[in-house]
Unconditional design. Structure first.
Length: 254
């Protein structure tokens, strides 16, 4: 069966606050869905529910034909849900190159072996090199992960996600805090990933020009609820987005 990711009435409450409220949505391969909405709308929380960092209060998540609602985050990663790593989970004192190689190795199920160190796995080394070039970190390969600029750290997060060869890519504001010249690198990368029509890509992004150029579909979250879902032109033009998200008064009021 074809890959699909679906949330059904997905809900999480923090005390009395419903951060994600009955969100039902199906994501399909070959489709990049942008998730937009004001700050505090529940976008990151929705991602955390899908990737398993948070457990749902109610509702369910179906991935590739399996109900994964109760699965741990590592289990979901192994099943192919790719969430950009938090760099705190990495090896901060290892170099950029070493981190990417370890991720490639993990994806290939190769464990450290005294008799056959990864240095001899030329295919894995080549794969890590290709990923470093893909995210434009080739020139920073020897630098400790912690010594990277903020923008380069974001690129490394993306590199590690690519290394795991997920079926679903989740980007939560991937260009946040990046300098102007770094933004296109990440956007081109996402556009490149889109070429592989077998993947599902979810992107939380504030910049509407970015959303417009990359998204096949936009969903809008507002107060934890899904309030719009459709092709970019339609959703961007909808009154709910113009008012609630962009803060623009409807045309008729002008
Ligand atoms: N772990 C948590 N505990 C309590 N409240 C949370 C937690 N995580 C998120 N929230 C709240 O849930 C709401 C949605 O947050 P978030 O998903 O980060 O929004 P967004 O990513 O759309 O800006 C916010 O009101 C936020 O304060
Ligand atoms: Mg967020």
């Amino acid at each position: 069966m074809t890959l699909s990711l679906e949330t059904r009435d997905l809900t999480i409450r923090f005390g009395g606050h419903v951060a994600v409220n009955n969100v039902s949505c199906t994501f399909r391969p070959g489709e990049l869905t942008a998730i937009v909405g004001p700050n505090g709308a529940g976008k990151t929380t929705y991602f955390n529910l899908i990737s398993g960092q948070l457990r749902a209060s109610s509702g369910s998540i179906l991935f590739d034909g399996t109900d994964i609602t109760q699965h741990s985050a590592p289990l979901r990663t192994r099943a192919g849900l790719g969430r950009a790593f938090q760099l705190t989970n990495l090896f901060p004192n290892l170099t950029v190159e070493e981190n990417v190689r370890l991720a490639v190795q993990a994806a290939n199920g190769t464990h450290y072996d005294m008799l056959q160190p990864w240095m001899v796995r030329r295919d894995l080394i080549a794969r890590a090199d290709a990923i470093l070039d893909q995210v434009a970190l080739g020139g920073r390969r020897g630098v400790a992960a912690t010594a990277l600029s903020h923008g380069d750290q974001r690129k490394l997060e993306v590199a590690l996600m690519i290394a795991l060869e997920p079926k679903v890519f989740m980007f939560d504001e991937p260009t946040a805090g990046m300098s102007i010249d770094e933004v296109p690198v990440v956007l081109n990368l996402i556009a490149q990933l889109k070429q592989d029509r077998s993947k599902i890509i979810l992107l939380v992004e504030h910049k509407m020009d970015v959303v417009r150029s990359l998204a096949d579909r936009i969903i809008v979250l507002h107060n934890g609820q899904l309030v719009a879902d459709g092709v970019p032109a339609e959703v961007i033009a909808s009154p709910i987005v113009q008012e609630a998200y962009l803060g623009i008064a409807p045309k008729s009021a002008a």
